[in-house]
Write a protein that binds this ligand. Structure first.
Ligand SMILES: [Zn+2]
Length: 306
């Protein structure tokens, strides 16, 4: 049976997915696929048991170098709603969607918020005519609320039968996000040190912007660089020493090399600032949530900003 299914699916793929898309029929659960962890978690909170939400990224996988398998593409083709970031790192999705004859409904997180534009330092002005923006919109709890609000409208439209339950779940979840936002305000407002020192790349511009924090990072945005320049390292060390900054951060799935070097040179403690792109297999099984990860971030920030 499995073999037959796989042959059918292969044929499906070969014929540009023509006619192979399921549409939601009555009493069938809404199927949602999300490209990154925050989108997955937000959708899960909105639909509860009334939908099947899955995460496209395999647990622990690096989201920027992700390439979908044919099986992933078929799953995207057949789902009711596909949620993605809408930034540079998942631009492959738009190529795939445009090749589908009958694509699923889509939701782009960047469309729900005001994006922060970024110009890469090494870029010549003349080359930066194409608009670039930071895609890590979910790192601010305020943006998370906006995304959840807009996503809830999309989901409710797709499955109006369950709209009451979706609205109820959404308002409960928004309450939790609001609480999270208030805790961030409390910690950041009274902080003496307002600078985050990141011995890694920095996908937290929205977080920093929301709470008026400064930052200095070893690498810009989500660059694939792994070895910071000597000048950057010495500037980071100087900043930590002059301002007596107690914590240097690294992000998840990092080799922590730069954070360790900075810690060694200054005595600053090493802590994690989780960008929530993806989680480990263990965390996924333990049902870790965006709010869990952000609360841990807040506790670590509290140490750093004091
Ligand atoms: Zn990223």
């Amino acid at each position: 049976m499995k073999k037959i299914i796989s042959i059918i699916l292969t044929l499906c793929l070969a014929f540009s997915f023509a006619g192979c898309r399921d549409t939601k029929t009555e009493n069938e659960k809404l199927t949602i696929i999300a490209s990154v962890f925050p989108a997955y978690d937000f959708a899960r909170e909105i639909v509860g048991d009334l939908g099947e939400v899955s995460l496209l990224l395999p647990p622990g996988a690096e989201s920027h170098s992700f390439e979908p398998t044919p099986k992933d593409i078929i799953a995207i083709q057949n789902c009711d709603l596909f949620i993605y970031t809408g930034g540079e790192s998942d631009s492959w999705i738009e190529d795939i969607l445009s090749s589908m004859e009958n694509p699923p409904a889509v939701f782009r997180m960047v469309d729900a918020v005001e994006v922060i534009h970024s110009v890469h330092e090494h870029e010549e002005v003349s080359l930066s005519s194409h608009v670039e923006f930071d895609e890590h919109v979910w790192t601010s709890p305020v943006n998370a609320m906006e995304i959840v609000n807009a996503l809830s409208v999309t989901i409710t439209t797709l499955d109006s039968e369950n709209s009451r339950a979706y609205r109820k779940n959404t308002s409960e979840y928004l309450g939790q996000l609001e609480e999270l936002h208030e805790s961030f305000i409390e910690v950041t407002e009274k902080a003496e040190n307002k600078t985050i020192i990141m011995g890694d790349r920095f996908p937290f511009r929205y977080l920093a912007h929301e709470y008026n924090l400064e930052y200095m990072a070893a690498f810009p945005g989500c660059s694939a660089d792994s070895e910071p320049g000597a000048k950057t390292v010495s500037q980071l060390i100087e900043k930590i020493k002059t301002d007596n900054i107690p914590v240097v951060f690294h992000i998840e799935f990092s080799n922590k090399k730069t954070a360790e070097a900075l810690s060694e040179a200054t005595g600053a403690e090493i802590r994690l600032l989780h960008s929530c792109h993806n989680v480990t297999d263990k965390q996924l099984k333990e049902n870790v949530s965006y709010i869990d990860l952000m609360k841990q971030n807040l506790a670590n920030l509290k140490e750093a900003l004091n």
